[in-house]
Write a protein that binds this ligand. Sequence first.
Ligand code: SF4
Length: 253
Amino acid sequence: MIVTAPKRIYIGLLSLGVGLMALMGGAICYAFIYRPHYLVKGLLVLIGAFLLVAVPFLLLGLMGIVLSILSERRLPSFENCIHTTMNLLLPIVVLLGKALRVGKEPVERSFVSVNNYLVRLAARSCQPNELLVLLPHCLQDTECSHKITVRLNNCQRCGRCPVGPLLDLHDEIGFFISVATGGSQARRIVKDRRPKAILAVACERELTSGIQDVGSIPVLGILNQRPEGPCRNTRVDPLAVRQVLEHFLRGDD
Ligand code: SF4
């Protein structure tokens, strides 16, 4: 399924993170009233200067995300701020979630959901050969002896796992498709292929780190289903993959 988890989790925690940073900036200004030791003063000046630059920028990014969602429109002038805010504050957002007893997975799912929404709004149309579909190795049936990570066409399309139907889709549409055994291999594929857009199938953790890694390339994330637990015989609906691909090919939602 395309990730459409509640966006409010990520946006709420992001707002809290930016708010706390602004508060910290205020507290640093207040601390100067007590004439701190010069070493402490130096440290406070450094942190204060960082916050002075970072907080307005992050606030703009946050505002851009919220306005994009509320207006259902792409806001090109906010794009850089949005991208930096989304990715830079993710570790803080996850930490805040932990402190508030929100699990890491719901936070990551919400992050991917916000990302998907913004990518859909950006709606860049692509040619099939500019599209990269990245699949996780765990989609392959564990009993299958064909080495699809070496060569995807080794798959016999026997119907026991989703790899066969996805290869049929690849033959029909003509996008580039690859199976990655992990994050570093996925990064290498993206670097070699230089796609205009990526459709990634993975779990919350891999999707989140993948979206952060690829920088400015739009990535739409589809969450794999895990009926047997993580990393084993996972599933994905080829119809959901087709719908996302059509979105990229048409360049609209
Ligand atoms: S479709 Fe069949 S042959 Fe292809 S990877 Fe899955 S189990 Fe192996």
